[in-house]
Design a protein around this ligand. Structure first.
Ligand SMILES: Nc1ncnc2c1ncn2[C@@H]1O[C@H](COP(=O)(O)OP(=O)(O)OP(=O)(O)O)[C@@H](O)[C@H]1O
Length: 706
């Protein structure tokens, strides 16, 4: 597959020469522009640039006009604000090369992150968000005829060249032209290598890896982030990204199909197309977990969206609740029993509570404390709780009723501090180990509010009066299947009349039972007319992983459209006891990290406790990290974590250390949890078990567990 430069065919060498010459020209032109703006005072430099642009515009072809006009507008705006001109980064000024043969003859366009044109030098770097040219790039193949509106006028022509290029630290290192992939080795020699576009981002094609051997060579060498996914968006994704800013959009698709990618690129395009209506300060991304919040911030920065606020659902809820109730703080209880939490998040509670509230008569009594008491009345009403549980049709066990009542009783008990207010000596309110007297006792719950209650309390308040929340210009909800109807209700209050929002989700990844369904989600947000796109291509996971994930889902699995690219087979390893399994994992990790020091590895346990146990075997290694609060660093190395923390994330290698019958019993929720863990894999997956292996893994025995 590997063909060195000397033996490359003539046309491949011509492509390399052409791309290298083009890059040199761009870098020289950029250098000159930088020199010009650096020498003059800012304003003088801008005036000069505007003059050049005007001259260009006077002689430009139709296809050039739109981006020249954009650049003129931007330059004028900068002049008004007395800011310096932003030029593309000459270390990586663009990521794609498009040559169009149209009415004015052949023209080269380079897609990058910042627009820059010097038409006299034949240099046109176009921001990928800039519609007419970008649309041709994303929606047409080399050799296709195109017909697109450039401004008011219809432009026609042929796509002569469509190439992806990787420029790292100012050097061209990769060219992809159709099926031809050319790579520059560190010694400067060019080679032709095999094509696997879908895995470009993570390093290359699948190899003939064996299931019992961890490692496919992907993490052996350092990978630069030069080849951003922006260059790879497929036509379907680009269409979704280009949905008009006012239209709500629901992005659906299986794990790793690019939902987050689409949502974030849409945000970038909206901000670019109409920065005045959609300033970054009024756009927000809300995600269920800290790990995904951190990843999203990293992905937003190169898209120029560093000022968009990214919040976890919990921190967002607390922030809006404080605003809605005009309180500096709310005493939260963070250890809500899982069943109580599930009850409070279930869609049937939303319906039952709406019916119970009835038509409000007065806006008096909407303080947090008053509403908290009213909500407690409902939680103490056994008949009401039974109605909710019955309506859930088996998704909520009957034991939830007593658990909710007991939990509410503890939260509404008189705080110990009040009961003991006769005691004036503060020393007497401290235990021998220095803790407050109610700590670690049921009294600690007294006077607290569950996080899950915050949206319910806001819902109750909104029945009487406005929540007084600041409106947002655009909201993105990632992993939208994890938002309860009450939370969506609060989101709808943030959107106001605009309704500009993007929801990305996959019902197969809901972490707890009780997803209301997409129609109910859209209904709650009052966006029944939302555009919907269903992404079909599985980009993250190789085929063996996709197939296992589908088998684990069983009858819940949606119809298959695409089963991913070829890749390493899944390794199944079974041991009589846990200690053996952990030692085996420790050895395999040491070996892998020695061979592939730049790989990212996720050891994803079924629970935090199990993650803690596995971590012990590698805790002393400098490359191992125990990630418990979503504090991922996204550096090479091994993250030992649990399935509750990894939604939306991905690793080159994934090891599931405890796929036992106890950790993943045969029920729908376990199926979805295991499916989430499996689909974090971008290269190779190992499923490790001890004792009794989970029956969710198909062909127990046939898949050669050891
Ligand atoms: N068109 C594409 N070509 C190549 N890679 C892509 C493409 N679109 C997305 N990817 C890559 O696929 C991976 C998964 O993308 P993303 O995280 O957006 O998927 P997702 O559907 O949100 O996943 P999840 O369901 O796990 O949340 C990322 O590495 C992303 O960069």
């Amino acid at each position: 597959m590997n063909q060195p430069h000397g033996t490359l065919p003539e046309h491949a060498r011509a492509i390399i020469a052409e791309e290298e010459a083009l890059l040199s020209r761009v870098q020289e032109t950029l250098e000159a522009a930088r020199h010009k703006t650096g020498r003059a005072t800012d304003t003088q430099g801008l005036v000069a640039q505007l003059q050049v642009l005007r001259d260009d515009a006077a002689t430009a072809a139709v296809a050039d006009l739109p981006h020249l006009l954009v650049q003129m507008t931007q330059t004028r705006a900068l002049m008004e604000r007395q800011e310096a001109v932003r030029l593309p980064d000459s270390q990586a000024p663009y990521f794609a090369h498009l040559r169009l043969d149209g009415e004015g003859g052949a023209r080269d366009y380079l897609l990058g992150r910042t627009t820059f044109a010097d038409v006299s030098a034949g240099v046109r770097v176009i921001d990928w968000r800039f519609a007419p040219i970008a649309r041709v790039f994303y929606c047409y193949e080399e050799g296709d005829s195109y017909e697109e509106y450039f401004g008011e006028r219809l432009a026609e022509g042929t796509v002569e060249t469509r190439r992806l290029v990787v420029i790292e630290r100012g050097v061209l290192t990769r060219i992809i032209s159709g099926a031809l992939v050319l790579e520059r080795a560190p010694d400067g020699e060019w080679h032709s290598v095999g094509l696997d576009v879908t895995s470009l981002q993570s390093g290359g094609a699948g190899t003939a890896a064996r299931p019992e051997f961890l490692g496919t060579g992907k993490g052996a060498r350092r990978r630069e982030d030069a080849f951003g996914v922006t260059a790879l968006l497929d036509a379907e994704q680009y269409e979704a990204v280009s949905t008009g800013p006012d239209r709500p959009l629901l992005v659906l698709g299986s794990a790793g199909s690019g939902k987050t990618t689409v949502a974030l690129h849409r945000l970038a395009k909206i901000a670019f197309d109409d920065a005045e209506t959609f300033p970054q300060s009024r756009m927000k991304l809300i995600v269920p977990e800290e790990g995904l919040a951190r990843l999203s911030r990293r992905l937003l920065a190169p898209l120029g969206l560093g000022k968009v606020a990214v919040q976890t659902r919990d921190s967002w809820l607390l922030q809006v609740a404080k605003q809605a109730f005009d309180l500096p703080g709310i005493k939260l209880w963070h250890d809500t029993p899982p069943l109580v939490s599930r009850f409070k998040r279930h869609p049937t509670l939303r319906r039952a509570l709406a019916a119970r509230v009835g038509v409000p008569k007065t806006s008096a009594g909407v303080t947090l404390e008053r509403l908290r008491k009213r909500l407690a009345d409902a939680y103490f009403d056994r008949h009401f709780l039974e109605t909710v549980v019955n309506a859930a049709r088996g998704e909520l066990p009957r034991t939830a009723i007593d658990e909710v009542m007991e939990h509410t009783r503890l939260q509404h008990a008189t705080p110990l501090s009040k009961e003991l207010k006769g005691i004036t000596d503060p020393e007497m309110l401290i235990t021998v180990d220095g803790k407050a007297i109610e700590e670690d006792t049921p009294y600690a719950l007294a006077g607290t509010v569950d996080l899950d209650d915050l949206p319910i309390l806001m819902f109750l308040k909104a029945q009487h009066t406005s929540l007084g929340l600041e409106r947002l210009a655009h909201v993105v909800l990632d992993e939208a299947e994890d938002f309860s109807l009450f939370e969506l209700f609060v989101v709808s209050r943030l959107l106001g009349k605009g309704k500009s929002c993007t929801l990305a989700g996959d019902e197969m990844q809901q972490t707890d039972a009780g997803f209301a369904g997409w129609p109910a989600v859209l209904n709650e947000l009052n966006i029944r007319d939302a555009a919907t796109c269903r992404l079909q291509v599985s980009y993250r996971c190789p085929r063996p992983v996709v197939e296992l994930a589908r088998q684990v889902l069983g009858t819940q699995a949606p119809a298959a459209h695409d089963t991913g690219r070829p890749g390493a087979p899944v390794g199944f390893h079974h041991f009589p006891d846990e200690a053996q399994a952990q030692l085996f994992i420790g050895e395999a990790l040491r070996d892998l990290v020695a061979r592939e020091p730049h790989a990212s590895v996720g050891v994803i346990a079924s629970s935090p406790e199990s993650a803690e146990a596995v971590f012990r075997v590698v805790a002393d290694m400098p490359w191992s990290r125990r990630v418990s609060d979503g504090e991922f660093t996204f550096e090479p190395g091994v993250d030992v974590t649990d399935v509750g923390s990894v939604k939306g994330l991905e690793f080159d290698y994934v090891i599931l250390p405890d796929v036992t019958a106890r950790a993943y019993p045969v029920d729908d929720e376990s199926r979805r949890r295991l499916h989430v863990a499996i689909t974090r894999t971008s290269h190779q997956l190992w499923v490790v078990s001890s004792g009794v292996r989970s029956h969710l893994i198909p062909g127990a025995g046939a898949a050669a567990p050891r």
